[in-house]
Design a protein around this ligand. Structure first.
Ligand code: HEC
Ligand code: HEC
Ligand code: HEC
Ligand code: HEC
Ligand code: HEC
Length: 442
């Protein structure tokens, strides 16, 4: 299929979608360029909303929804996906990460991120969420209302000079997040599960929606002359940290650290005393008692959560360890260069919680190509226990046991594999929980 045809057919589909929808502004339907103008007009830059909704704007600006089409890793993976699929991936990734960029036809395979318009770059912006018309779960938003009406959860919004408002009961509940927070691959295999995990949890049964944790309520005015009422934060805090200069990055790091420290509970059990040379058990239970879905969730193929254990004798010598990194920053799995070349043994005790994607029997870095996925994550109100057998030294004295539950958004081996080594130093490892115990050898 040549590019010109793809472009025109996309525009035609859009125009059809526009004309099929009752709220559609009646723009010229025959000329692609005019329908682009209709789209550009319907999706305002968030700066347009800022004077009346300064808090919403300020918070959204620092969010990963604003960052989703700035992220250099996203651009590289999308590019690799186009190359590996002969451009068949087409708009698959972009229809979630920047639906407006896709509709404006700025993101044809081979596009240069540096040439994107501000509108395309604004990713999941105000008008994307507030004009949702139809969608399919895990398959992005299908149609948007184009008449400028802003839908939301205020039942009795006051009038304003810029837009009409409409109460829509989808907005205060998790349903409105489902077009993007489950992900079905181009082969129709479900690869991300955040919404489904929530559906199957007691949070859904008790109506603790995504918004309760990711859009916490506060009291204030939505606009300068509006009444005081219950509003919702638009920071959409999660775990992702911008890897390039981005508004609010320093605050985001502090807030992610706090969120991750408040996501699970870690219980460490060891005997108080053991005999010299005795083999004893160290047990670490991780309970997902605070998160509305599995931990980690979503882009689990990229995330790493793992246990680091270091046991030291009286002389401060390490007698046991697991979960340490090699000098590339990688865990000692089959992905480590040092494990591959045999210079460091594999960490066979490693407790690593993440997702794996497979094509056939091979693990792949490219989740969208998978024909099978596996998640070693901890479901809501579930727990997982890691057990370690440790041999006490002969000599009597105290053994110190240091345990950390650690998290990072990307492993260095992935960044190396996609030639983005320069970002490795910017990766941050967060400690979700730490514990220190002493075992006496008698
Ligand atoms: C001229 C001021 C003004 C501008 C500009 C403006 N709004 Fe509003 N908006 C308001 C007022 C006033 C309300 C009603 C607030 C209330 O009653 O508490 C409102 C309400 C809303 C609501 C809630 C609707 C509901 O019923 O739940 C949404 C969503 C919204 N605006 C989105 C936007 C977006 C997106 C933009 C930018 C594209 C924007 N607004 C620009 C003044 C404005
Ligand atoms: C009870 C609070 C709670 C609820 C409800 C909740 N979350 Fe979360 N969410 C968290 C916490 C805590 C984290 C950080 C731990 C983690 O990564 O899982 C998080 C992380 C995330 C992440 C990043 C996951 C990762 O590991 O990369 C996404 C995406 C997310 N939430 C989306 C949602 C969506 C969508 C819903 C509703 C279907 C939802 N959350 C419901 C608390 C909650
Ligand atoms: C990812 C989707 C999403 C994005 C992006 C988004 N909003 Fe919202 N917004 C919501 C949802 C959902 C609610 C309702 C929350 C609830 O009731 O629990 C809401 C509520 C609102 C309200 C009603 C008052 C309140 O706080 O509840 C206003 C006004 C608003 N948003 C404006 C904006 C503006 C302005 C932007 C861009 C700067 C924006 N929103 C970006 C999803 C979004
Ligand atoms: C149009 C698609 C879309 C919709 C609708 C949407 N999101 Fe997102 N969301 C994304 C994408 C894409 C990202 C990843 C951005 C990134 O990290 O670069 C994201 C990121 C997040 C994160 C941060 C994850 C992290 O790892 O830091 C949270 C939390 C979140 N969304 C919550 C919500 C909630 C709650 C709703 C519903 C009110 C919602 N989203 C609606 C596409 C969407
Ligand atoms: C159906 C919607 C959807 C599609 C399609 C989609 N994503 Fe995402 N993507 C998301 C959501 C939601 C998140 C946030 C999950 C989380 O933080 O755990 C995300 C997160 C990511 C992240 C990690 C956060 C970051 O730093 O940006 C990357 C990388 C990413 N996506 C790349 C891709 C690529 C490449 C494709 C296409 C092969 C793609 N996505 C297709 C919704 C989507």
């Amino acid at each position: 299929m040549d590019t010109a045809f793809v472009k025109i057919s996309t525009v035609l589909l859009l125009v059809l979608a526009l004309s099929a929808c009752e709220h559609t502004a009646t723009g010229p339907k025959d000329m692609p360029l005019d329908s682009l103008a209709v789209i550009a007009k319907a999706f305002n830059n968030p700066e347009v909303c800022e004077p009346c909704h300064p808090n919403h704007y300020k918070e959204w600006r620092t969010s990963t929804h604003a960052y989703a089409f700035t992220d250099p890793i996203f651009f590289r993976l999308n590019e690799i996906g186009q190359q590996r699929s002969n451009n068949e991936l087409d708009q698959f990734c972009i229809k979630c990460h920047s639906p407006v960029g896709s509709m404006l036809l700025e993101t044809e395979p081979g596009f240069n991120p540096e040439n994107l318009s501000v509108k395309a770059r604004n990713a999941i912006q105000c008008d994307v969420c507030h004009s949702i018309e139809t969608f399919e779960r895990g398959k992005a938003i299908k149609t948007f209302r184009m008449d400028g009406v802003k839908q939301g959860s205020i039942p009795d919004p006051i009038e304003n000079s810029f837009h009409a408002s409409k109460f829509d009961r989808r907005y205060p509940v998790s349903f409105i997040c489902t077009p993007c927070h489950d992900v079905f691959s181009p082969n129709d295999l479900q690869v991300e599960f955040t919404s489904l995990e929530w559906d199957n949890s007691p949070y859904a049964a008790n109506s603790v929606e995504c918004q309760a944790c990711h859009m916490p309520a506060y009291t204030g005015q939505a606009a300068p002359d509006a009444p005081v009422r219950q509003l919702h934060r638009h920071t959409f805090l999660g775990v992702d940290i911008p890897l390039v200069d981005f508004p609010g990055r320093a605050e985001t790091i502090t807030q992610v650290d706090a969120l991750l420290k408040n996501a699970v509970t870690m219980n460490v059990t060891v005997p108080g005393t053991v005999s010299g040379s005795e083999v004893f058990q160290l047990e670490i239970e991780i309970v997902n008692d605070k998160t509305g879905h599995s931990v980690p969730s979503g882009a689990t193929f990229e995330r790493q959560m793992w246990l680091e254990i270091v046991v030291k004798n009286e002389a401060q010598e390490t007698i046991y360890s697991s979960g340490l990194l090699d000098s590339n920053g990688d865990l000692l799995t089959a992905r480590s260069e040092f494990v591959k070349n045999g210079t460091i043994p594999k960490d066979s005790d490693l407790a690593l919680f993440h997702g794996k994607a497979f094509t056939g029997s091979e693990e792949t870095l490219f989740f969208w190509e998978a024909d099978r996925v596996e998640n070693n994550t901890i479901p809501p109100f579930g727990s997982k226990t890691a057990s370690y057998e440790i041999t006490a030294p002969e000599a009597t004295g105290g053994l110190q046991i240091f345990v950390r539950l650690r998290f990072r958004t990307f492993p260095p081996y992935l960044l190396r594999a996609i030639q983005m080594d320069e970002l490795i130093d910017d990766l941050i490892i967060f400690d979700m929980a730490t514990s220190e115990k002493t075992v006496m050898v008698q």
